[in-house]
Design a protein. Structure first.
Length: 308
């Protein structure tokens, strides 16, 4: 039978079959996909083929193959250097949840996620939460950040998961899509989902609380349906993302504001550092490329968080 993976716990995969039922599946021994080294062979969002396990309990299955992934969002593995951990696959939209404090979301974190989504041309939506707590200065800072991203093609929503402001707009942005939501622990993911569905919100909270227990616990993503064909994949609170499986020369291709300059630098292997005749650096100096984005770019180069 064909199915989609809704939840992973490391060795069991909750899979929804085309018959509309859920099966608890294990993966057949050799399922390695070519290319990337990952700590999880099967990811939430994967389209799989499975057989009903005759020897197992009712509703159990064995995944025999994974369909080619349209795209995926990957982070560096916490446990194993040089390995990636696929957060989710086959998504239509990446939702990045951002708060200015408690916790503060760094721009580096946002940009690393955006690099991931850009590499597959997955649209991204920035959701600024806890607007009810903002001072005037904080509001200005977040408005400026959102306006910078808007020029790059990323839309924003300003919401308060607590008061409900903007939550309906958020719900509408999920319609007829599979979205993956990511953010640090404490940004308000459970509170937000709880506003839309108290029952699902409680389950999201369990994922979130679990991921707070420490960096050595392995936590996993889970897919939920929030009506009107809106599928939301919740991921455990992420502290740091890391960049994996990307060559230095490739990274600038995933900065939309740099893309138009690529190929015009004097050297065709230009990494846009100190090379003479670099049109990217010139654009930074002219203010056409935001300095903070260029600094994000630099921090991703040379394996600063890559391959460490
Ligand atoms: P999660 O780890 O992302 O699931 O975060 P939670 O939903 O558990 O929220 C963390 C804390 O932030 C809780 O105390 C929430 O009540 C609070 N919180 C979430 N959203 C908002 C908001 O919009 N405004 C305010 N003031 N607090 C919020
Ligand atoms: Zn250059």
């Amino acid at each position: 039978m064909n199915g989609i993976v809704w939840k992973s716990t490391g060795s069991w995969y909750k899979t929804k079959g085309t018959d509309g039922r859920y099966y608890q599946c294990r993966a057949r021994g050799k399922l390695k996909l070519k290319g990337i080294k990952t700590t999880n062979p099967v990811a939430v969002g994967d389209h799989v083929e499975f057989i009903i396990d005759e020897k197992g309990e009712e509703g159990q299955g064995i995944i025999t193959s994974i369909g080619e992934r349209k795209n995926y969002i990957i982070r560096k593995s916490v446990q194993k250097a040089a390995y990636g951990h696929i957060l989710a696959s086959n998504i239509d939209q990446l939702v990045i949840m951002i708060t200015i404090n408690k916790p503060r979301t760094s721009q580096g974190f946002i940009d690393r996620l955006l690099i991931n989504s850009e590499s597959f041309r997955i649209p991204a939506l920035l959701v600024f939460n806890k607007i009810d707590l903002w001072s005037d200065e904080e509001r200005d800072e977040m408005k400026a950040l959102s306006s910078m991203y808007s020029k790059l093609g990323y839309d924003s929503l300003f919401i308060s998961a607590l008061t409900g402001e903007g939550v309906e707009d958020f719900h509408q942005s999920l319609a007829r899509k599979v979205s993956m939501i990511a953010g640090h622990s404490g940004v308000g993911k459970s509170t937000l989902v709880n506003k839309l569905s108290p029952e699902i919100g409680q389950q999201v909270k369990e994922i979130s609380d679990f991921s707070l227990k420490g960096k050595h616990t392995t936590t996993f993503a889970e897919m939920f349906e929030l009506g009107s064909d809106a599928f939301l994949i919740d991921t455990p609170g992420i502290k740091e993302l890391g960049i994996i499986d990307m060559e230095d020369w490739e990274i600038s291709h995933y900065f939309p504001e740099m893309r138009k300059f690529l190929g015009s630098c004097k050297f065709n292997n230009c990494l846009h550092l100190h090379e003479p005749g670099c049109v990217v650096v010139e654009a930074v100096e002219r203010g056409e490329i935001h300095v903070s984005r260029y600094l994000s770019y630099l921090s991703m180069l040379g394996g600063e968080d890559n391959r460490r």
